[in-house]
Ligand binder design. Sequence first.
Ligand code: THU
Length: 133
Amino acid sequence: MILDALFDAARSAQARAHAPYSQFKVGAAIATPTGMIASGCNVENAAYPVGTCAEAGAIAAMVAAGEGRIEAILVIGDGPGLVTPCGACRQRIREFAMPDTPIIIAGPEGVRAHFTLANLLPHSFGPDNLSTA
Ligand code: THU
């Protein structure tokens, strides 16, 4: 099942996160329409603002693999709170997703919540908004 594959890929990526400053490891996994899964983790930096989110890493891996559409994305983090994508990552996801694209949030024990892109980024600005025709 795709959800299990996404969860496993995100959890594996999370384990490899480079988060020595926040100690908050995050993993993300994307399923594409062709059936591939791309994953990523947060990569922090001694120059703090340069760090990147797990979602950004997963999107970069997806694009580098030649894929251009997100069918679903799962994000996993530890702790009691939901690790919902930050604002910038919601916009990054928007570039490759539809309003109804699932954004699934998980913790170590399993899936915690289901959202859609439209839930998390309503009235968003995407590639179509650039059209002047
Ligand atoms: N982080 C992510 O990678 N994804 C999210 O959705 C939320 C936050 C990372 C950024 C930083 O390395 C750490 O979690 C703490 O904010």
